[in-house]
Design a protein around this ligand. Sequence first.
Ligand code: G6P
Length: 370
Amino acid sequence: VTAEKGGYEHFMLKEIHEQPKAYRDTMRGRINAEGNKVILPELNMTEEQIKNIRNIQVVACGTAYNAGVVGRTMIESLVRIPVENDIASEYRYRSPIVTPETLVIVVSQSGETADTLAALREAQANGAHVLAITNVVGSSIAREANDVLVTLAGPEIAVASTKAYTSQLVAFGLFALYLAEVRGTQTEGQVAKILAAMQALPEQVEEILAQKEAIKGYAEQISEHKNLFFIGRGVDYAVAQEGSLKLKEISYIHSEAYAAGELKHGTLALIEEGVPVIALATQEAVLEKTVSNIKEVKARGADVLAITHQEHLTDLLRSVDQVFVIPKTLPMLTAALSVVPLQLLSYYASLALGHDVDKPRNLAKSVTVE
Ligand code: G6P
């Protein structure tokens, strides 16, 4: 059994460590030799169709939904097409406004999630072109979609999704750049800069994995708590949502992810002495604002761990209790790195509490009923 787990104690830990490979495999063959162009010959979408897209709806469940929230920021910032995120089980029943110029992107690791498949059918019935981002080539979703962009994460066994999520981020990055090329919204130089940063991600994940003992120690501390919070702004907020979901799924510790600026409208009432708050603070453009939100929770006794870049340390040090530094990347790509310590955190918290890491209670890897 340890052989199929590649020597790791659990599939989840193995899959966390496979992320550098999943990044490389998902990018392989999709970037030209000069490193300034994305090539996606598998797409059926014509240039004309791409030029005509007026809005995009990203529909998914669970972790795949969380990846779509990051995908939205990539597409909106690089291509300036309005993007909405929808939970698949909501999308079907809200009479979504779809036109022939709407691109619907469904995201699904397994390609078999019933709600996502039903949303795909709903979108097609309304005339949308559907692109599936999936990890399983022969899946129902891959077969029914008009276009498929495969993530090459390899089989994911643990119920808590890790390498599928991060590969979905890379797929979104590639697709957003591809749209930008066709629609002429980014220069070759800008595309090259982003692609270079994407190609550096595998090694940067290795650097984070080398520090896993630090996360293990922190996980043991938080495993004694009943409640905790994740806060952040922009991409950091999107990652906070995924970190919170991961922790709930396998450690059963209750947590909430909050947009840092929204705390004062309610959740701040829950902050008291000793409550752990994990603050993601990688986004330079809003760093000062995030620091002031961290001070608000700190003043009420929170115990704050910040996940940030080295260069932001001086702004943060006086307001936090602990820091975890992640390597520098472009602001739109930080999710691909900052989620890794959060995956390790939920893994080690679950382990410390003696839970079945790979098979959490009440959950299934793929939910094929509504
Ligand atoms: C289940 C899994 C989650 C997953 C979600 C969507 O709830 O436990 O980890 O994110 O389904 O799965 P999909 O295969 O569509 O990405």
